[in-house]
Design a binder for this molecule. Structure first.
Ligand code: ADP
Ligand code: MG
Length: 483
């Protein structure tokens, strides 16, 4: 975007995020909706839209969406109803999707996002329940489109933001925050690549200082965080260029092409009345009682922002470290598991942020696939804290532990890395070092006390890292003073 246009225009962005819920069964049928099963192996007559079938509401859908509502400070409607959203599509056998229209179950909430130099509160207009459609597969058969109905009826929540976002980066952070919250709540796995988290972006531009919103376009098909950011940037630029050259933005739906890095027209924007919404006659209203709310609130985990604050305040971690450690709940849990055995937050954080994260990155795995359990890592760190091994030994043992079932203590012994505090072992080495370096000894005695580091280094080398540097220093000092 050119700087001139940037000063002249600002972008307005609102996101609609769909999250697929991790319930054991579909929204209105008792059949699994797990990702990756053989095509059409998870369908019931209801999923096929057969006449005479009736939906039955999955109670966990309601509980999960209320969790999300409470975690984002939404109000929870005492009574909300389902609505039919009618449209034709080959992967929608019923000819309508069950959704919510004018009475969403959660509304009026907010999510805080933190950017590098500022933070900001983004309004949540509503969060409602709906069911997913099936999947049309266009690229497997040269002549036909294939339909997989496993996904039909999978429970979704749709989180609709206020048009409060102003830059692609803000949109990125907002989406990342949603992913973090659904993962903490364990209501959705947050995987954008597999489609369990999906995002449509509404984008418009307006002159800076102008109150009214401009005409928006809606972007679809962005299946990664990076693509969301890129697509919005592209669209802002396209709209500015269009308006600057005398054109007008028309309301339409655009598809992001991740290969060409551009958007293209999909259809002109449909209006609510095109869907002929009406109250779903086959399902009763959803009533949420106070008891239910108390019950669900009690099930909420410590949320990421609270945990971040606790890590930086109570555990005295730096903001950066606390941020990375709380980014995912599983990583934060792992860290706290290790702390149970070694109550040294800074030391434990250090090992996780350097050694552990390095391995996770190299192997492209997440902490729950990491081979060293918190207990075993705790034992290793404890050895170091008790001065039984030095830092380089800790690193060597850590690397060995990745392939080994042995404990840190067993490996330290096997690899001959335990520091030896036995003076019978160290004394001869000290004498040897003093004898072989008469010049340095003289300079030390003449006042160059900084040479102590040199002597300790020599002893450590000769002991192959097994001497305890603290003890070496204590034993060296008197020997160097006396002739
Ligand atoms: P629809 O359901 O037709 O997509 P909504 O009114 O529910 O329309 O809005 C969807 C999203 O679009 C919301 O996130 C909202 O904040 C955003 N939005 C609405 N108007 C604009 C606009 N002019 N520019 C950018 N975003 C907008
Ligand atoms: Mg929309």
């Amino acid at each position: 975007m050119s700087t001139i246009s940037n000063e002249k225009y600002e972008a307005v962005i609102g996101l609609e995020v769909h999250a697929q819920l991790l319930t054991n069964s579909k929204a209105f049928a008792s059949v699994s909706s797990e990702y990756g099963a053989a095509p059409n192996s998870q369908v019931t007559p209801l999923c096929l839209g057969h006449p005479g079938t009736l939906p039955v509401l999955n109670e966990n859908l309601v509980r999960y969406i209320i969790k999300m509502g409470l975690a984002t400070d939404c109000k929870i409607a005492e009574k909300s109803i389902f609505a039919r959203k009618n449209y034709f599509y080959p992967d929608l056998p019923k000819g309508y999707q069950i959704s919510q229209y004018d009475t969403p179950i959660c509304f009026g909430g907010s999510i805080d996002i933190e950017l590098e130099n500022y933070s900001k509160t983004i309004g949540i207009t509503r969060i409602h329940m709906e069911e997913d459609a099936g999947k049309s597969i266009h690229d497997q058969d040269p002549y036909h489109t294939l339909v997989d109905l496993n996904r039909a009826g999978t429970p979704l929540i749709e989180i609709v933001s206020e048009p409060d976002l102003r830059t692609p980066e803000e949109a990125y952070h907002y989406l990342a925050k949603i992913k973090q919250i659904v993962q903490y709540l364990e209501v959705c796995d947050g995987n954008m690549e597999e489609g369990s988290l999906r995002c449509d972006a509404n984008v418009s531009i307006r002159l800076r200082g102008q109150k009214e919103l401009g005409t928006r376009t809606e972007l679809k098909n962005m299946n990664s965080f990076r693509n969301v950011e890129r697509a919005i940037s592209f669209e802002i630029e396209r709209q500015i260029e269009l308006v600057e050259s005398g054109g007008k933005v028309i309301q339409q739906t655009l598809l992001w092409d991740p290969n060409k890095l551009e958007t293209r027209q999909m259809r002109t924007k449909e209006e609510a009345h095109d869907y002929r919404y009406f109250p779903e006659p086959d399902l009763p209203p959803v009533y949420v009682t106070q008891e239910m709310l108390i019950d669900i609130r009690a099930e909420l985990p410590e949320l990421p922002s609270v945990r971040f604050q606790r890590f930086s305040d109570e555990l005295s971690l730096s903001k950066d470290d606390a941020y990375i450690l709380t980014e995912s709940r599983v990583l934060a849990d792992y860290f706290e598991e290790v702390l149970k055995d070694v109550n040294q937050p800074k030391a434990v954080a250090n090992v996780i942020l350097t050694e552990v994260l390095r391995v996770l990155n190299e192997k492209s795995i997440s902490i729950d696939q990491f081979s060293i359990t918190p207990k075993r890592l705790g034992e290793l760190i404890a050895l170091k804290m008790d001065d039984k091994i030095n830092s380089s030994a800790m690193q060597q043992i850590f690397n060995e532990m990745l392939q080994s079932e042995l404990s840190a203590v067993e490996l330290a012994e096997k690899m001959n890395l335990m520091q030896v505090s036995d003076t019978g072992f160290i004394d001869p080495i000290l004498d040897d070092v003093i004898e072989s370096n008469p010049d340095e000894v003289q300079r030390y005695r003449d006042g160059k006390k900084a040479l102590i580091g040199f002597f300790i280094g020599e002893v450590m080398k000769k002991s192959k890292g097994k001497a305890n540097p603290k003890q070496v220093r204590e034993l060296l000092l008197p020997k160097l003073e006396n002739s």
